[in-house]
Design a protein around this ligand. Structure first.
Ligand code: TYC
Length: 112
């Protein structure tokens, strides 16, 4: 046996195939991603939208203000892209925070 051979990945003395494992393909599913979107309305205060973006989407004050203004002017804006369960949790958190304050703020998911 050549020196260092045992350190090679795939080397297996017990496999009976000259020390080299048969190649196996391991298929991993990539989780599908979802966009979390905020929607404009006429009643939710701008400061509340900025707070939501900093609190639930980890945006800086500057980023949050930019996104909030984009939503205000264009109708919708992207908060972030996440695997389904995380995206769903973000939507639920925003919806609950808005409901507590009785604001009509809408937050939705869309396949990325
Ligand atoms: N249009 C709201 C206002 O003028 C502000 C706003 C921005 C509301 C973004 C919702 O997702 C939103 N107070």
């Amino acid at each position: 046996m050549a020196e260092g051979e045992q350190d090679k990945p795939g080397y297996d003395e017990s496999s009976g195939q000259g020390g080299v494992l048969a190649e196996r393909q391991v298929r991993t599913e990539r989780p599908s991603l979802f966009k979390v979107l905020l929607h404009n309305d006429d009643y939710t205060p701008m400061e509340f939208v900025v707070e939501v973006l900093t609190r639930f989407f980890n945006k800086s004050q500057t980023q949050a203000t930019e996104i909030m203004l984009a939503v205000h002017h264009r109708g919708t804006g992207l908060c972030g892209v996440y695997p389904y369960e995380i995206a769903e949790t973000k939507v639920a958190q925003v919806t609950e925070a808005a409901r507590e304050q009785e604001y009509p703020l809408q937050c939705t998911l869309e396949r990325a």
